[in-house]
Design a protein around this ligand. Sequence first.
Ligand SMILES: *Cc1c(COP(=O)(O)O)cnc(C)c1O
Length: 380
Amino acid sequence: MSAPIVIPTDLRPFDGRFGSGPSKVRPEGVHRLADAATSYLGTSHRQAGVRGVVHKVRDGLREFFSLPDDYEVLLGNGGSTVFWDAASFGLIERRAQHVVVGEFSQKFATVTTKAPHLDDPETIESAPGATPAPCRANPDIDAYCFPHNETSTGVMLDLVRPAGNDPTRGDGLVLVDATSGAGGLRVDPAAYDVYYFAPQKCFGGDGGTWLALCSPAAVERIERLAASDRWRPASIDLGTALEQSRLDQTYNTPSLATVFLLADQIEWMNAHGGLEGMATRCDTSAGTLYGWAERNPLTTPFVADARHRSHVTATIDFADTVDAAAIAEVLRANGILDTEPYRKLGRNQLRIAMFPNIDPDDIERLTRAIDFVVAHLATA
Ligand SMILES: *Cc1c(COP(=O)(O)O)cnc(C)c1O
C-alpha cells in the first residue's frame, strides 16, 4: 500500500464542506443558536418566542424573493419529498405534467403516477445531463411540474411558464421544485405559482422542513381542494398548512433549531445583497469551476450545454485514466467532504456544490487540491 496523499495546507479550502445537501451551515448561525439555547430551544411553538422566529422566516423570504403582496409563504414539516405528497392531495386537481431530467424530478412524477385519485401524468423526459425539454401547454393539465435545478445531474432549467399559461384564467399551475435552486438562482415570482424548497441546500440549514412561495392562483387552488370532499392525510393537508402558516405556526411541532438557523441564514443573505448578491456569488464559483474543468485536459463539465450547467451544483466528468471515486476518497481523508457524484448516476464524476454559503475562493482552492490529488494518484 502506498503512503496516504496529504494535501498541502495552502491548497486546502478553509471549509471542506462541498456536499449538495445537507450542505455547509454557517458556524455563526450555529453559535447564535447556542447563545439562544436556554430562551428558545425547548419552548412552545405556539408562543411568541418561536412564532416570532417563524415570522422572521416568512417575512425574510418575502423580502429575499421580492414577492408581490398577494403571494403567501407556507411552511410545514417533512422537507420537499413530503411536499410532493402534500401537493398530490392539495394542489394537483386531476392531472399533472412532469418535466423529468433526473432522479428528483422522476420521484415527483412517480408520486402522481401512483396516486389513485389522480390520472396518469404526462411526462416530458430528457436524458441525464442533456439540454432539458421544457414543459408545454396542454389544456388537459392542471399542474406543470419541473425542477429549477436537478441536483442529481447538475442541470439548471429555465423558469418560464408554458406558452400562453395564465392560471388566473383557469390554466394549469406552475409548480417548481426549487429545493436546490432557491436562494442561489435568480427567479421572477411572475413565472411560478408555487416555488418550493427545503433549508438544507442554498439556505445552508438543516432538513425536515418544506417552504412554499404561493401565488394567489395557488392559494385559491389549495383552498378549493381543502373545501372539497377529497380525503387528505391530516399531517400533510395544505389547507391546514395555509391556515397555520398565516399564524406563523405549523400543524405539528417543527424542529426549532431548523427554524432558527433558517431565520439567521435569511437575515445574512438579505444583508449581503439579497438574491442578486447570492446569485452573483454562485456565478463566480461556477465561472471558476467550469473554467478549470474546461481548461483541464482530464475533465469535462458533464452538462454539454453551458446555458444549462448548474450554478449551484456542478457535475464534472473525469477521463477514464483517472478514477474520480479515488479522488473523492483522498479528498475525504483530507477533510474535503461529499464530492462524490449522485449515487444512481453511476458516472466517473465529482459533484461539487457552489451554494451561497460556499466561499468562491474555496472553490478556487478546491480545484487546486483536486489537481494535486490527480497528480499524486498518477504516481502512487
Ligand atoms: C434535495 C432535493 C429534494 C429532496 O429534498 P428533501 O428535503 O430531502 O425531501 C427534492 N428535490 C430536489 C431538486 C432536491 O435537490
